[in-house]
Design a binder for this molecule. Sequence first.
Ligand code: PMV
Length: 365
Amino acid sequence: MMEQTFIPKSLKVGKESGKITWQTPSNIALVKYWGKRDPQLPENTSISFTLSNCHTITSLTYKKKEVKNDSFDFEVVFEGEKNEAFKPKIETFFHRIVAYVPFLKEYSFVIASKNSFPHSSGIASSASGMSAIAMCLMSMEKELNSELSDEEFYKKASLLARLGSGSACRSVKGALVVWGEHSEIEGSSDLYGVEFTDAVAPVFNNYQDTILLVDKGEKQVSSTVGHGLMHGHPFATQRFAQAQENISKIKEIFANGDVDGFIALVESEALTLHAMMMTSHPYFILMKPNTLEVIHKIWEYRKHTGSKVCFTLDAGANVHVLYPESEKETVQTFIKEELFVYCKNGEYIHDQVGMGAKLLDSTHI
Ligand code: PMV
């Protein structure tokens, strides 16, 4: 299924060569996307906080092919070294997007990339990695079509990113991003992420996220396999309906500054995501004993102090500790004194909500 509006009608003859660099963030879902249908369309609406410190910087160096051919010609350099392992994923990505980016086969590319977070930290790098390539390609398209409006630019960047990795479409623009059609979110679409522009109470500004690296290393279950397990899952229909309701609820929560409502919804979403994995066939437990230790510590701390700290999880053992900016000092002390022991090598990353992708000059990589 091709979305005709995103296929360029006419493009100028492009430059012979050039280099474009973007920095794009990771994101953490509050209402989770888990379950998809072709081509990479979500079974339910999701919403995420865009992160700031956890990001990828990617530069795309391009040069017109001397001899035209029908293949994708690219090299990948990851953290300074030539990388073959990422090539198949990017090749698949290029196949999926070539109809939208017809100049892709006219050039040879070098894609050089680095992450701000440690390699194999268990932090999903596909969101920032794929959105970075998408942004670079959109900058190339902009050079070929100066009439492309900002709105079209970001929509299409998000659409391309989605075809690389679903959640990547939420790593393009805005602090809070919604992906998936929802009757109460104007402009929302299954095709791309949109900035959540409804009312958000000040308590949710600059929300903090400390990522506790409970378990590092390769993901136990790839996202592709995980999403696939939602096909024929006994609770799938109910789960997808619940996520739609949770979007309506979180919209109210943001408008009313209802932090207690936020805690209840976000923690339940995280546990539901894991419950889906525990009740699929085959089944998985992606939490580790230390994940549960951290969760209990957070609950205990909240009970004793009245703090508004809470947690969320992605499809792994790491814990995202979320808290308002007003509690930055106290919660970070709590993490340093009581939670760091549950992290591999005592590692954690302080982050906070950011605004999305940034165009950089080429000196960064
Ligand atoms: O973008 P993917 O296919 O890696 O899926 C990510 C799914 C979760 O991180 C578990 C949830 C989400 O909405 O980001």
